[in-house]
Design a protein. Structure first.
Length: 115
């Protein structure tokens, strides 16, 4: 079975930083693209960033230059370094991957940006 477990969320003040982690099992991790998504209250889930198996990255316009996605193929973990956080970054963050065209999601980790 595919399992994704996110961690690292919390309450942070504006302009602060957080680093999210997502531990993945049940897939040949190094061969799979990974994505971070977020969902704010009352809004649809949106893509934040993704990273391919060859480490190519893509970011939403709203986070480009502030967030960095990376992966560790030894630890089967994908990270999201988030800097210069603001209130609009508040939401539940999920990591995701696809196996045989089926998407898999973790349960998410909550990020709240507030003073």
């Amino acid at each position: 079975q595919v399992h994704l477990v996110e961690s690292g969320g919390g309450l942070v003040q504006p302009v602060g930083s957080l680093r999210l982690s997502c531990a993945v099992s049940g897939v040949n991790f190094r061969l799979h693209a990974m994505g971070w998504y977020r969902q704010a209250p009352g809004k649809q889930r949106e893509l934040v960033a993704n990273i391919t198996s060859s480490h190519s990255t893509n970011y939403a316009d709203s986070v480009r230059g502030r967030f960095t996605i990376s992966r560790d193929n030894v630890r089967n973990t994908v990270y999201l370094q988030m800097n210069s956080l603001n209130a609009e970054d508040t939401g539940r963050y999920y990591c995701s991957t696809t196996r045989q065209s089926v998407p898999y999601w973790g349960r998410g980790t909550q990020v709240t940006v507030s003073s």
